[in-house]
Design a binder for this molecule. Structure first.
Ligand code: UGA
Length: 459
């Protein structure tokens, strides 16, 4: 499968860990570095720490052989041809990305630079970060010829991160030197030349040896902007359909039909046109804010992004108003809640609109019994059990004796729930679905009153 490259990945979060095991799956030798010794010990022992399809399988296949874990960045960097920086870039109070972790790693790499290295920025960063990394390494006394800085943004989605990594719609390499571009092309060759897809037992996905994914070579600045622009555009698509859903509600139209009609136009496409309670997660809210902040700093008017954020915030308030309209008053009402994660197939609750919604309902005086297939434990750290908050181990128990059942996360398994059983469990037969999981007629046929997003209520 082509030549094996020695790679160091700094950071073992979603992006770093997934990249590390996937590079091993592509035939490379990887050292994954994290400054948290407990995390390193857990990973060495085979605990992935995050809920992600295929990750346990790949970690077990390669840990302590093709992927090793360490806290020692120095020796990992010295032995590697390419060092991927995949540390967090959280949102600062001003909306900018906080790049202090990236800077600290760049300085640490500089201290151990003894031969030519390609330093690859994989975290989501604003344009010009590559230049800052370069400058900070030079400030540490390293000659410009000893390294190159490359931007290789990641487009993986939580829940399907491994599949996305090994079957990417595109691989973007922003490099300002041919030497560095070649190292990245060698690393991704098993995917781009199709050899990975010829093997047995590969992670399944859309690409094959005959139709491998494309690699796009750009300047470093373009690559940085591609990442932010892509996430901001997807967030814009969601806010757009959410605004359309509000118009559908006002006119008794059906947003699912409208989205289908729009999505069949190949220039628009059907994906990311699902209305709901707004986007969340660790990426979209932070990246839209950071992109807007970059535009502001450059003196470019991009107030469209402010509108995207405003619509997203309003969408949650509209859902709360919908619950209020269905139940008349909220104080003292007992609600069953299905879904806490920011989207289905993940236990991640960072910036979860579901949790924000629960907090809003608690502030209105409701009590909540919540169920989520994977995110309950993480939620308990934010919303501890109390006389107002309880958790159940299945969906029917969450509905038990509730004044209404709310659906806040699009877990596929919720789509298979037995409506009659829910109807029996509920005190009042009311379902308020923030994710449009069901056909209104099916829910109504089971004797429930069904409110959803951008569609007429069904009785
Ligand atoms: C997102 C992007 O999809 C990835 O391409 C990107 O690599 C990643 O951010 C990142 O920057 O790391 P992710 O945050 O895992 O991935 O989740 P998405 O599947 O994009 O969903 C984001 C939010 O939008 C969720 O709250 C989801 O429920 C919501 N959403 C998504 C909608 O409300 N409607 C839709 O049609 C699609």
């Amino acid at each position: 499968m082509g030549k094996s490259v020695n790679i160091a990945v700094v950071g073992s979060g979603y992006v770093g860990l997934v990249a590390a095991v996937c590079f091993a799956e592509m035939g490379h030798q990887v050292t994954c570095v994290d400054n948290d010794p407990r995390k390193v010990a857990a990973l060495q022992g085979g605990d992935t720490l995050i809920h992600e399809e295929h990750l346990p399988e790949l970690l077990n296949r390669y840990r302590n052989t093709k992927v090793t874990f360490t806290t020692d960045l120095g020796s990992a960097a010295e032995n590697a041809a390419a060092i991927f920086i995949a540390v967090g870039t959280p949102q600062s109070e001003t909306g900018d990305a906080d790049l202090s972790y990236v800077e600290a790693v760049a300085c640490e790499i500089a201290r151990h630079l003894t031969s030519y290295k390609v330093i690859v920025e994989k975290s989501t960063v604003p344009v010009y970060t590559n230049e800052w990394i370069r400058r900070s390494i030079e400030r540490n006394g390293i000659d410009r010829k000893m390294f190159d800085v490359v931007s290789n943004p990641e487009f993986l989605r939580e829940g399907s991160a491994v599949g996305d990594f090994l079957h990417p719609d595109r691989i973007v390499v922003g490099a300002d030197s041919e030497r560095a571009a070649q190292v990245l092309q060698d690393i991704y060759a098993p995917l781009t030349d199709g050899s990975y897809y010829k093997q047995a037992n590969i992670i399944p996905g859309p690409f094959s040896a005959d139709a491998p994914p494309p690699l796009l070579l750009t300047s470093t600045k373009s690559a940085e902007i591609i990442k932010h622009a892509s996430n901001a555009f997807l967030a814009l698509k969601i806010s757009f359909i959410n605004a359309v859903s509000n118009l559908c509600e006002a006119t008794d139209a059906n947003v699912q039909q409208v989205a289908q009609g729009m999505g069949l136009d190949s220039r628009i496409g059907p994906r990311f046109l699902r209305p709901g309670i707004g986007y969340g997660g660790s990426c979209f809210p932070k990246d839209v804010a950071a992109f807007r902040s970059v535009a502001d700093q450059m003196g470019v008017d991009f107030s469209l992004l402010t509108e995207v954020e405003r619509i997203n915030a309003t969408q949650k308030k509209r859902f709360l108003a919908k619950v209020r309209a269905a139940l008349w008053t909220l104080r003292g009402k007992k609600l069953g809640v299905l879904g806490l994660a920011f989207k289905g197939d993940t236990d991640d609750i960072r910036d979860s609109p579901a949790i924000e919604m629960v907090q809003m309902l608690l502030a209105e005086g409701c009590s909540v019994c919540a169920f989520d297939p994977a995110a309950v434990e993480r939620t308990k750290a934010v919303l501890p059990e109390s006389d107002k908050v309880s958790y159940s181990t299945d969906a029917y128990a969450a509905a038990e004796d509730a004044d209404a059942l709310l659906i806040l996360t699009d877990w596929a398994e919720f789509g298979k729930l037995d409506m009659k059983k829910l109807r029996t469990a509920l005190r009042y037969p009311i379902m308020i679905d923030g994710r449009n999981m069901f056909e209104p007629a099916t829910v109504a046929a089971a004797g429930l009153t069904y409110y959803s997003v951008g569609r007429p209520a069904a009785h």
